[in-house]
Design a protein around this ligand. Structure first.
Ligand SMILES: NC(=O)c1ccc[n+]([C@@H]2O[C@H](COP(=O)([O-])OP(=O)(O)OC[C@H]3O[C@@H](n4cnc5c(N)ncnc54)[C@H](OP(=O)(O)O)[C@@H]3O)[C@@H](O)[C@H]2O)c1
Length: 284
């Protein structure tokens, strides 16, 4: 198979893709930001033109949800403009574009799991920029796969599990938000889904991929400390008690039935996936 170009290769999902590529027999090419800067249209065009890619996987993003509120232009450039440029550059060469998006395109007002057909209504700058990116991908390349995911954790980069383990080592108790519910998801499992999709002939469209089950941040924190064998008391608090610059959806649980139907991908329970991450970080 021809190589796959990956953007954001230093991020959580990008790192997992670089690790998993060889297992799928795929050469993953992941240029650093100095080679491929998504804020630079010329470098996007040059990267796509460089080789005859089997596919391009866009997992680079401006992911600082709170900072995006004060840097809307920077978020828009990377999350909205760049995906559309990637889409037109790949479409012009007959290359499929796989684009990673987010649960934060939803406002969280639904009481059940979100499906791909539910209307989007982002609450903040980050979500709005990612939603615009989805539209750019759909408009720019008919051969696209948009994979929305959520609550990403891994042994590398910045994520909730690493933050909890760091804070838990310093404090005997923590207060953690208990009224936002989502689906904790391993970057490795997202990468595996992306490579499975990339290696199959399949339709274009939008799919959700998250690990199975659901949790609040508080429940996730308790699971992490339990798994790590750390004695940290976790006090549940409300979102109002932990104000942040960006509003977050109270419910961002994603349904994965469509992905299971189309690609036969069955996400494992989040406890297995997150447990693996905790074990790795604890050196087990
Ligand atoms: N993290 C989550 O909880 C979460 C939840 C839902 C969806 N997602 C989506 O999942 C995808 C992957 O997220 P992640 O957690 O793996 O992200 P991440 O760890 O924050 O990594 C972001 C990546 O994007 C790169 N990047 C940012 N700006 C760039 C630019 N101007 N040019 C080139 N590269 C740039 C970063 O490169 P540098 O190392 O050079 O900064 C890094 O490799 C994103 O599309 C994100 O929106 C994430």
């Amino acid at each position: 198979m021809r190589p796959i170009l990956v953007t954001g290769g230093t991020g959580q999902v990008g790192t997992a893709l670089r690790q998993l590529g060889p297992r799928f027999g795929i050469e993953i090419v992941a240029p650093g930001r100095e080679m491929l800067d998504l804020a630079s249209p010329a470098s996007i065009e040059a990267a796509v033109a460089r080789r005859d890619w089997h596919a391009v996987v866009n997992c680079a993003a401006y992911t600082a949800v709170d900072k995006a509120e004060s840097e809307p232009d920077a978020a828009h450039a990377v999350n909205a403009v760049a995906p559309e440029l990637l889409a037109t550059a790949t479409a012009g060469r007959g290359i499929r574009l796989l684009h990673v998006s987010t649960d934060y395109v939803f406002d969280g007002s639904k009481s059940r799991f979100y499906t791909e057909d539910d209307p989007v209504a982002p609450l903040g700058v980050y979500g709005a920029s990612k939603e615009a990116g989805e539209r750019g991908v759909r408009a720019g390349n008919p051969d696209h796969v948009i994979l929305r995911t959520a609550w990403v954790v891994s042994p590398w980069g910045h994520n909730f599990v690493k933050t909890m383990l760091r804070l838990g080592a310093e404090r005997a108790s923590l207060r953690v938000v208990d009224d936002q519910r989502g689906c904790p998801t391993s970057a490795t499992d997202i990468a595996e889904a992306l490579l499975t999709i990339a290696t199959e002939e399949g339709p274009a469209g939008t799919w959700h991929f998250v690990n199975a089950g659901e949790a609040s941040w508080c429940e996730l924190a308790r699971f992490v400390f339990d798994r790590a064998g750390m004695d940290v008391a976790v006090e549940p608090i409300t979102t109002d008690q932990y104000p942040t610059p960006a509003r977050r959806p109270a419910n961002s649980r994603l349904a994965t039935d469509k992905l299971q139907r189309t690609f036969g991908i069955r996400p494992r329970p989040w406890q297995d996936a997150v447990g693996e991450v905790v074990d790795t970080l604890m050196g087990a």
